[in-house]
Design a binder for this molecule. Structure first.
Ligand code: IPM
Ligand code: MN
Length: 373
């Protein structure tokens, strides 16, 4: 089959990790006889530098025309140190979410057996964790009215939700739970916020349509604690934009490294796939960032397009790289030798192309030179 992917790799380590995802996709195309076309476009600080805006029109057009979007990261130290700057790289991704109506962000949180020792949490706490966070992505306080008084002494951020905005993401969460362990936990702050009380009412109604899925409620402060105390109690977490942003970063400690977590942002017509780590400018250009989250996001993109076997091939290669310890330094102990970003990418691509061959010499693959013996 033929697919066109918009590639918006963005800033910092974005381009390096996205390149490894492209290698994995190319290997898949080769093995499964597909044609994948890539259209690069700018977003974030690099777009501001080149075009003066974080989301150029041309990028929106390329994304709208693509079958799916592969996204890297946005952000740059020069803007982090100046939070009052009017134009910011983050506006690029926020605008794109709104423009393409990507209302549902899905963040799967899994504990890989091989990485249990990497989590600061106890082995028995994280082992077996499999949670999917469904975060509403185009509403709430992120997109509410923002104001600063003339004297600069009072600031305002409004949080608004409509029934419609809650309904569409809730249905996706319940459908997913039906295919999983059949439990949705709505995370909110219904003891304080009116918007949260609306969420409870609407989600309670939605739940009636999914008889085999149970619904419970948890306040966000408690949920943030529970996700590290006992993550296995959760199946699908459904929550609003800001709470989802916070709770999903907390949950990354379960996987042992934020470098392992990928996400999809889904709308009715478009879908975007990304590693959830940011642009990590300190590591940019050094070939040391973990590319696995970006590679896993490419697998999620193939699943979304209905290419399940192809996605599995990527997942198996990722698992193999963990089994063999062909990983970047965030997954290594201090005294262990780590693989470079590009070498992890080479291994993954190589393994996808050759995995059916049981005679493969993994030692050489490690160096990015597979030899069949
Ligand atoms: C995320 C990021 C973004 C967000 C930033 C870059 C605006 O943290 O995707 O989680 O807050 O949504
Ligand atoms: Mn975030």
């Amino acid at each position: 089959m033929k697919f066109t992917f918009a590639v918006i790799s963005g800033d910092g380590i974005g381009p390096e990790v996205t390149n490894q995802a492209k290698k994995a996709l190319e290997a898949v195309a080769e093995v499964y006889n597909h044609v994948f076309l890539y259209k690069d476009a700018k977003i974030g600080a690099c777009a501001i530098d080149e075009k003066g805006v974080p989301l150029p029109e041309e990028t929106i057009k390329i994304c709208k025309e693509a079958d799916a979007i592969l996204y890297g990261a946005v952000g740059d130290i020069k803007y982090d140190n100046n939070p009052s700057s009017k134009i910011r790289p983050e506006q690029g991704i926020l605008q794109l979410r709104q423009e393409l109506k990507l209302f549902c962000n899905i963040r799967p949180i899994k504990a890989y057996n091989k990485l249990l020792k990497n989590s600061p949490l106890k082995r028995e706490v994280v082992s077996g964790t499999d949670v999917a966070i469904f975060r509403e992505l185009t509403g709430g306080i992120y997109f509410g009215k923002k104001e600063l008084s003339k004297d600069g002494k009072i600031a305002f951020d409004g949080c608004q939700y409509s029934e419609e905005e809650i309904l569409r993401v809730a249905h996706l969460a319940f459908k997913a739970a039906g295919e999983r362990r059949k439990k949705v936990t709505l995370v909110d702050k219904a003891n304080v916020l009116e918007t949260s009380r609306l969420w409870r009412r609407v989600v309670t109604e939605v739940a009636k349509e999914y008889e085999d899925v149970s619904l419970d409620f948890m306040l966000v402060d408690n949920a943030t604690m529970q996700i590290v105390l006992n993550p296995k109690q959760f199946d699908v977490i459904l929550t609003e934009n800001l709470f989802g942003d916070i709770i999903s970063d907390v949950a990354t400690v379960i996987g042992g490294s934020i470098g392992m977590l990928a996400a999809s942002s889904i709308g009715e017509k478009h879908a975007l796939f990304e590693p959830i780590h940011g642009s990590y400018p300190q590591a940019a250009g050094k070939d040391i960032a973990n590319p696995l989250a970006s590679i896993i996001s490419a697998a999620m993109m193939l699943e979304y397009l209905g290419l399940e076997d192809e996605a599995d091939a990527i997942h198996r290669a990722v698992q193999k790289s963990l089994d063999l310890g062909i990983t970047t330094k965030d997954l290594k102990a201090k005294n262990q030798t780590a693989a470079l970003t590009s070498k992890v990418g080479d291994f993954i691509a190589d393994y996808i192309e050759n995995q059916e061959d049981s005679n493969m010499n993994f030692k050489n693959i490690h160096m990015g030179q597979s030899t069949i013996i």
